[in-house]
Structures are given as C-alpha cells and as structure tokens.
Design a protein around this ligand. Structure first.
Ligand code: NAD
Length: 358
C-alpha cells in the first residue's frame, strides 16, 4: 500500500467527501503507476454524468480529489444551462509525472476499464493533458467515451465547435450592448491563439471584424493574425488594449479586482474556463458597464457538438443549430440580469439552477 502524503492544510479524503454536495466519488489507487484515479459524479439528475478526464501532477492526492469535485460541479451547471440530457462529472488521473508511451497507454487502458465498470453513469472526454488519441485508447476498453478521433469513429477535437459557440456568443453580446450583431468594423481582441482562439479568429474575421491576437508565443499570434488579415499585440498588453470585444481564450483567472479597472472593452466573451478570479469580479464588471458572457455558458460548444453528434444521433445541421442556441441562451441570461439588476454571472447561475431542478 502506497503512503498517502497529505499537503499541509489540505483536508483529507473523508473531510472532502463530507463537505461535497455531489452524488458519488470513485477513488481508485492505480498501484502499477503510482497514480490515483478520482471519478466524481456530481449529479445524474438530468442524465449520465459527463465530463472530461484531466491528467495532472498534484502536490497531494487529496488535491486531485478536490479538483475533480469542483470541476464536476461546474460541469453540472454547464450541461444544464446548455439543455443537454446529461449531469456533471469529472475524472482526475493524479499522476506522479505526466506519462508517455507504453506507460500512458497502460494507465489509460486500466482507467478505461474502471469507467466501463460504472456501466455508463459516467461518460468521459478529453480535458487538460488529454486529447483525442487518449480517448481512442480509453475507447478500447469502454464505449462510454466521447471525442475520439475521426478515424476511430469520433468527432475529433472539440476546439472548432467551441470556437463556433464563442462566435455566436460574441454576436449575441455585441447585439445586446451595441444594438446590432454585425461585427463589421468591430475590434475583437483574442487572447490565446491555440485550438479555440485560432479558429475563432477566422470566424470573427470572416464576419468583418478587425482581429487582434495576443499569445505568450508571439510567433503563434503573428501567424494567426496574418492568416486572418489582423494584427497582434504583446501578451502582457492584451488586457489593456482598447477593443469592442475581449475574448479570453488562453487561461482562466484573467478577470480580477486588479485587472477589471484596466479593461478597455465593451464585452468580455471568450472560451477560457474559470475567467473570474474572484466571485465579486462579475459584479465589478457590471458596475463598469462591461458585458460579461459567463464562461460556462459561452464555452460549451465542444461538449454540445460532441455529445450531440456522437451520442444523440444529431445531423450536422442539428449540431449547427445547437451551437447557434448558445447565443440565444446568452440573450436570456442578459435579459434576466438587466431585469433583476444582477450580474450576468449571477443570472447564469439562476438559469442553471432552474434547468437543473426542472
Ligand atoms: P490551447 O492550449 O490550444 O491554446 C491556448 C493558447 O493560449 C496557446 O497558444 C498558449 O500559448 C496561449 N497562452 C497561454 N497562456 C497565455 C497568456 N497568459 N496570454 C496569452 N496567451 C496565452 O487551448 P484551447 O483548447 O484553445 O483552449 C483555450 C481555453 O479555452 C482554455 O482555457 C480551455 O480550458 C478553454 N476551453 C477549451 C475548450 C476546447 O474545446 N478546446 C472547451 C472549453 C473551454
């Protein structure tokens, strides 16, 4: 039996479980690799719990469990707001180091067997440090996996449909603030020229917007900017660049008490998860008159498309319609926020609760 080292001040497994509002946590020690596997089913009220598999090195196993609990709760809200017949789940493979080659494959196969043993109440897809090739491997042991490669019968990367959802969200947000969803001549700053940001740049440029790209890899920003006929700014100037829409598509936590006063945009609408560094950030944005598209409402496109196409038997046009609906959901959130005088973040949480309890 391996020794469990607890971080100083970190609650133990049983304390975390006691304080959690989710349904079921599966805790498995993978002795062969020295990893811990945590599968958290936060809610199955709307259907099987769906959520990605995160591969990460943690200071202590309990941190991995805590992450899986927190992330699975976020998935419950996200999938409920999107109206999908799924609950929220998340898996964390807390590894001693990120594995590669045969070790990675063997771990994923054992993990696939564990997912399969749950009989479909948890369905997984990719997340941090996992991708479509890993989903193919997991898919060798279980059918309860989304986001496999096209060659293995899946839809491939969720990034392109996520970008389409964000594009619809940007148009809905611009309509709400500026009275028209026409992006022609609007300046859109995309922070992060990766899987989502690079595709989003093409969509907004295609709609006539002036695109400005920022990335910690300046060559990547430059490449995407050139491809869409836009410009680029250094990564550390992104937040303070004057624009109509700031689209965070890189990392979370960019909206804080410290950064919000520096923003020079009308709308914040991007794919990054956990954009609000502090809970009060949503209210602060409202006070500054900046419209914030709640991250978990606007960035659900990848999940919507993959679940729809792979699980619910949708045609491509049904998937397109579902992605366009992200804009409609945001309009509902904005109208509710205006009517009740609350932040858009608070309005999205109310909508999620309603759909969860419907
Ligand atoms: P990615 O790893 O492909 O791209 C991220 C890009 O951001 C990279 O080019 C990286 O160099 C850049 N970057 C990192 N830190 C930065 C910083 N501080 N400033 C500027 N650029 C920085 O990731 P992705 O798949 O495009 O996802 C982007 C964000 O959207 C992430 O927060 C992710 O969690 C979230 N998200 C992605 C999806 C999806 O389908 N891929 C779905 C929902 C949410």
């Amino acid at each position: 039996m391996a020794l469990v080292i607890e971080s100083i001040g970190m609650p133990k497994f049983e304390e975390l479980l006691d304080s959690w509002d989710g349904e079921t946590a599966v805790i498995h020690q993978d002795r062969e690799s020295g990893s811990w596997i945590f599968i958290c089913l936060h809610s199955t009220r709307r259907g099987p719990a769906g959520g990605g598999t995160r591969l990460k090195v943690y200071g202590a196993p309990a941190e991995g469990l805590q992450d899986a609990m927190r992330l699975s709760g976020a998935m419950t809200r996200k999938l409920a707001v999107a109206g999908l017949p799924f609950g929220g789940g998340k898996a964390v493979l807390a590894v001693p180091e990120i594995p590669s080659g045969e070790e990675r494959r063997a771990l994923l196969l054992r993990y696939g067997e564990l997912v399969d043993s749950l009989g479909g109440i948890y369905r997984t897809s990719s997340d941090m440090n996992t991708g479509e090739a890993d989903m193919d491997t997991i898919g060798e042991r279980t059918e309860y996996v989304f986001g496999r490669s096209v060659g293995a019968g899946g839809c491939g990367s969720p990034a392109p449909p996520t970008a389409v959802g964000v594009f619809h969200g940007i148009r809905a947000s611009v309509l709400h603030v500026l009275g028209s969803d026409d992006l022609a001549g609007r300046k859109v700053l995309i922070q992060g020229a990766g899987g989502v940001g690079s595709v989003l740049a093409e969509h907004v440029a295609g709609a006539g917007a002036d695109v400005v790209v920022a990335d910690i890899d300046p060559a990547r920003a430059q490449l995407v900017a050139e491809r869409v006929g836009g410009g680029s700014v250094p990564a550390d100037e992104a937040l303070e660049t004057e624009c109509d829409v700031y689209a965070p598509c890189a990392v979370g936590g960019t909206l804080s008490v410290a950064t919000i006063p520096k923003l020079r945009c009308r709308v914040v609408a991007g794919s990054a998860n956990n954009q609000l560094a502090e809970p009060e950030a949503a209210e602060l944005l409202r006070e500054r008159g900046i419209l914030y598209a709640p991250d978990y409402v606007i960035n659900v496109g990848g999940a919507v498309a993959i679940v729809g196409l792979e699980q619910l038997g949708w045609s491509d046009s049904e998937a397109d319609a579902a992605l366009a609906k992200i804009g409609e959901t945001l309009r509902e959130v904005y109208e509710r926020a205006d009517a009740q005088g609350i932040s858009t973040g608070a309005a999205a949480d109310l909508l999620a609760d309603e759909r969860l309890n419907a």
